[in-house]
Design a protein around this ligand. Structure first.
Ligand code: ADP
Ligand code: CIR
Length: 385
C-alpha cells in the first residue's frame, strides 16, 4: 500500500464526518426547537380563543402564524420572542415587540400590517422620510393662560449601534452601555448639564419620588417583563437629568435611550427646542441604529420612525365627562389618550396624557405639529361646551 493512500483515506472519511457534523449543527441552530413550537402553538390557540383587541390578535392569522413559526433571526430570536407579551397580556393594545432589529425583516408578514395599522397606513412599500426637526420657532404656547395644560413633554427613543434590543442583551452589555451613556452625557453643557443616577444603589424613596413626579420610568411593567425586557434589572438601568429636571435621559428601560424634554405649563416651543438641541448634540457623540425604510429603530413597532411622542398633561373636564367621547374626538385628530402615570394607567384628578399617536411616515416636526394642532382643537371644543 502506498503511503499517500494510507494517509488520504482517513482524512477524507474524517473530513466528511466533520462536514456532516457541522451541517447538522447549522440546521439545528436554524431550526426552531420542539419546546418553542409547542409554546407557540399553545400561545396561538390562547390568542384565538380570547377576545383580545390587540393588533397582534388582529394580524396573526393562521396563515401568517404557519409561515413564521419556524423562522429565526441570526440572534436566535423566534416568533415566540415577538408575540409572548401580547399572548401573556391579552389586554395589550399592540402585543408585539422586536427582540432584535432583524426581527422586523424576518417576521415582516406580521410586523408590516401592524405597523400599517398603528401608523396610519404606512405601507410595506413606504419609506420613512429623512429626519427633519423643522423650524422650532413656528410652535408656540398651547395654553398661555394656564387653564388646561398642566405640563408638556416631548420624548424620542434611540438604539445604540452595535447592540441588540433588551431580550438579547447580556448583563455585561447592559453595564457597558450604561457606562458609555453616563460618560457621554457628562460632556453636555449649559442647560443640559446634569448628573447620571444609576438605578443600582438608588434608594426606593428617591426612585418612587422620581416616578411620582413623572420623571422616571416605572418598575415591573408586565408588558415589558413578558417580552423578556427586564432581565438583570436594575443592572445597566439609570436616569440622567439636569438640575431642574427639564432635560432627562432614560437608560436601558424599554429602549437603549429615551431622550426627554419636559416642563410645567404649555410652552411646547421651549420644550421642543430643548429636545432638538439635546438630540443634535448627543447624536454627534453616540452612533444610533437607523434603517432606510423604518427610520430610527426601536424595540416596540409603535415607536419606529421619528420615535417622537409629544404629550400634554391636560384637564378637559367637560370633554372628559364622557371618556369614550374624548377618545373618539382625540382619535379624529390622530391623538392618543393615556392616564396620568402613562400608558395602561388611569387619569388621576382629571389629568389625561394626550399625545400624537403615529410616529412613522411623517417628519419629527410634523409629529409634534400633529399634537399641537390637535390639542388646540380639543381646547377650542372644551371652551365651547
Ligand atoms: P413614554 O412612552 O413616552 O415613555 P409613558 O406612557 O410610559 O410614556 O409615560 C412615561 C412617564 O412620562 C409617565 O410618568 C408619565 O406620567 C410621564 N408623562 C408623559 N407625558 C407627560 C407630560 N406631558 N407631563 C408630565 N409627565 C408626562
Ligand atoms: C401594548 O401592546 O399595549 C404594550 N405592549 C405597549 C405598546 C406600546 N403602545 C403604544 O401605543 N405606543
Amino acid at each position: 500500500m502506498n503511503y499517500k493512500l494510507k494517509v488520504t483515506i482517513p482524512v477524507v472519511v474524517c473530513g466528511g464526518a466533520v462536514l456532516a457534523y457541522y451541517i447538522i449543527r447549522r440546521k439545528a441552530a436554524a431550526m426552531v426547537d420542539a419546546a418553542t413550537i409547542e409554546k407557540l402553538e399553545a400561545g396561538f390557540s390562547k390568542l384565538q380563543a380570547s377576545d383580545s383587541k390587540s393588533l397582534l390578535k388582529k394580524y396573526l392569522t393562521k396563515e401568517v402564524f404557519d409561515a413564521l413559526k419556524n423562522k429565526k433571526t441570526s440572534f436566535g430570536s423566534t416568533l415566540l420572542d415577538c408575540i409572548q407579551s401580547g399572548v401573556e397580556n391579552l389586554d395589550s393594545g399592540v402585543g408585539i415587540y422586536a427582540p432584535d432589529a432583524e426581527a422586523y425583516t424576518v417576521f415582516a408578514d406580521l410586523f408590516d400590517p401592524i405597523i400599517e395599522d398603528y401608523h396610519n397606513g404606512f405601507k410595506k412599500t413606504d419609506k420613512h422620510p429623512a429626519k427633519n426637526w423643522g423650524d422650532v420657532e413656528t410652535l408656540g404656547n398651547l395654553d398661555p393662560a394656564g387653564e388646561f395644560v398642566v405640563s408638556t413633554r416631548v420624548r424620542c427613543g434611540r438604539s445604540m449601534e452595535g447592540y441588540p434590543f433588551n431580550p438579547c442583551l447580556t448583563e455585561a452589555q447592559y453595564k457597558e452601555m450604561e457606562e458609555k451613556v453616563a460618560t457621554t452625557l457628562s460632556g453636555l453643557e449649559a442647560e443640559l448639564k446634569g448628573t447620571f443616577y444609576p438605578l443600582t444603589g438608588m434608594s426606593k424613596e428617591t426612585q418612587q419620588q422620581l416616578i411620582d413626579d413623572h420623571f422616571l420610568f416605572k418598575e415591573g411593567d408586565r408588558f415589558l417583563q413578558a417580552a423578556n425586557a427586564c432581565r438583570f434589572w436594575p443592572s445597566g438601568r439609570g436616569i440622567y437629568h439636569n438640575e431642574n429636571k427639564t432635560f432627562l435621559v432614560w437608560c436601558n428601560e424599554e429602549d437603549h435611550l429615551r431622550l426627554i424634554s419636559m416642563q410645567m405649563g404649555g410652552d411646547l416651543k421651549q420644550v421642543y427646542k430643548r429636545l432638538v438641541t439635546a438630540v443634535n448634540d448627543i447624536e454627534k457623540r453616540i452612533p444610533f441604529s437607523h434603517d432606510d425604510r423604518l427610520g430610527f429603530l426601536t424595540f416596540c413597532p409603535t415607536n419606529l420612525g421619528t420615535t417622537v411622542r409629544a404629550s400634554v398633561h391636560i384637564k378637559l373636564p367637560k370633554l372628559a365627562a364622557d371618556k369614550a367621547k374624548l377618545e373618539e374626538i382625540a382619535s379624529k385628530y390622530h391623538l392618543q389618550v393615556r392616564g396620568t402615570r402613562g400608558e395602561h394607567t388611569e387619569a388621576e384628578g382629571g389629568v389625561y396624557d394626550i399625545s400624537n399617536k403615529r410616529r412613522m411616515g411623517l417628519t419629527e416636526y410634523d409629529a409634534v405639529k400633529e399634537m399641537y394642532d390637535g390639542i388646540a382643537e380639543l381646547i377650542k371644543i372644551e371652551k365651547s361646551l
